[in-house]
Design a protein around this ligand. Structure first.
Ligand code: FE
Length: 131
């Protein structure tokens, strides 16, 4: 069995992009809510069909000097074109981009993980500076 950490890929090996792209301001003000956007397929769109799609994105924050990360949110992307008529018969598709807000008084690391139903688990991280 693989080590759990080895299951998360961080570099792309197929044409479409899977690595979650985290967008936050370079620096934030202490205790002021800031917007975090995470996109899977930012440069090259990831397919979104009943057969092949991004199932979820999870977001964590590891404040500097603390032992464990905090879960910021889990986002299930649940509409992928299926309907009672069968696969890819509806017009409803969730896109693999999530937005949430966070405030903190500490700098740290934002970590995102995502899951493609065909290509597995992916992760990325970004430093957050607080002034
Ligand atoms: Fe995929």
């Amino acid at each position: 069995m693989s080590d759990f950490n080895e299951l998360f890929k961080t570099a792309d090996w197929v044409q479409e992009k899977h690595v979650p792209v985290i967008e936050v301001p370079e620096k934030i003000k202490k205790d002021e809510p800031m917007k975090i956007t995470v996109t899977v397929g930012k440069e090259i769109a990831h397919p979104n069909t009943t057969e092949h799609h991004i199932e979820w994105i999870s977001l964590f924050f590891q404040p500097e000097g603390e032992k464990f990360p905090h879960t910021i949110g889990r986002f299930n992307l649940s509409a992928h074109g299926a309907s009672a008529e069968g696969p890819n018969t509806s017009t409803i598709y969730t896109d693999s981009e999530i937005v949430c807000k966070l405030k903190t008084s500490k700098p740290g690391t934002i970590m995102a993980t995502s899951c493609c139903n065909i290509h597995g688990l992916w992760s990325s991280s970004k430093q957050l500076k607080v002034e």
